[in-house]
Write a protein that binds this ligand. Structure first.
Ligand SMILES: [Zn+2]
Length: 292
């Protein structure tokens, strides 16, 4: 009995030992798998975060685009509707395309060019309306955009005070003749005085002020560039459809000296496009012609 009992102990001991080893092996393998699984799940989480960031960016961009395309649509609708006076401040809806410059009508009132190559007839008369709180006049279809811009600046603590807006042909003639005379008095020959004067006061018929779409803000001087008004306009004018019309780097094209105080209404979507592509109005009109 004793021998038989002794004989049966060994296989049982070996079996217990084997089970113990198996248990240890299984424990180690399990732990490794868990580590790997947790690493994989961490990396999945982090890539999910990246995906969220990207989708935020995409939705931001698409909302920017839709704003631009909406204002274009609004503008073109309003251009065919004589009663619609404000193309600059409509709320955005949800069209994803950018401005389609190939379908812009360059003959619209808000893209009209008045310069040395494109003089207006002396009897040119835009439809005018008095600018709120002033005795000055502006184009009837753009006056609300100007008033909204002035109101928005005021809200931000910036006083956009209008120095000059619409000018008749005869008023422009007086200003131009005065400018020519001041150069003559400085000793310039008449022809030379005319040329120099034309850089700062447009020859009658070529002034944007005759269009009723240009506005000068105080102070009408080089100081304007360092004013709060200038800084505000630089950031915000395009939202109301206005551009800095005679930038310093475009003098060879505009043939008008740098005027930081002079802004021109062209409509929001055009103002944004021109700023984005660093084009002055002459360049933009040429660009649109090429796209037709
Ligand atoms: Zn001006």
């Amino acid at each position: 009995m004793k021998k038989r009992r002794n004989g049966s102990i060994w296989p049982a001991a070996i079996a217990v030992l084997m089970l113990a080893i198996c248990g240890i092996v299984i424990y180690i393998v399990n732990n490794r798998i868990e580590d790997t699984v947790s690493q994989v799940s961490e990396s999945v989480t982090s890539s999910a975060t990246t995906t969220t960031d990207i989708s935020d960016t995409v939705s931001q961009e698409s909302s920017d685009n839709s704003e631009k395309s909406t204002s274009l649509t609004t503008s073109e609708n309003s251009s065919s509707n004589a009663n619609s006076s404000d193309i600059s401040s409509r709320p955005a809806t949800s069209q994803p395309d950018k401005i389609d410059t190939s379908s812009c009508d360059i003959n619209q009132w808000y893209l009209k060019l008045a310069n040395y190559n494109n003089p207006l007839p002396s009897d040119y008369e835009p439809e005018l309306k008095t600018i709120k709180n002033t005795n000055l006049k502006f184009h009837a279809k753009a006056v609300s955009a100007l008033e909204e811009m002035i109101a928005a600046a005021k809200k931000d603590g910036v006083d956009l005070s209008v120095a000059s807006a619409y000018r008749s042909y005869s008023r422009q003639t007086t200003l131009y003749n005065n400018e020519v005379n001041s150069y003559v008095q400085q000793g310039y020959e008449l022809e030379e005085a005319r040329q120099v004067a034309a850089m700062s006061v447009a020859v009658p018929g070529t002034s944007e002020h005759h269009l009723g779409l240009a506005v000068d803000f105080y102070p009408v001087s080089e100081k304007f560039e360092s004013s709060a008004q200038y800084n505000w306009l630089k950031k915000n004018a395009e939202k109301y459809g206005f551009i800095l019309r005679y930038p310093t780097e475009k003098q060879s094209i505009t043939r008008i000296k740098y005027e930081p105080w002079h802004y021109r209404f062209v409509g929001k979507e055009h103002a944004e496009f021109m700023n984005e592509h660093n084009m002055c109005l002459e360049e933009y009109i040429e660009y649109l012609k090429d796209r037709q």
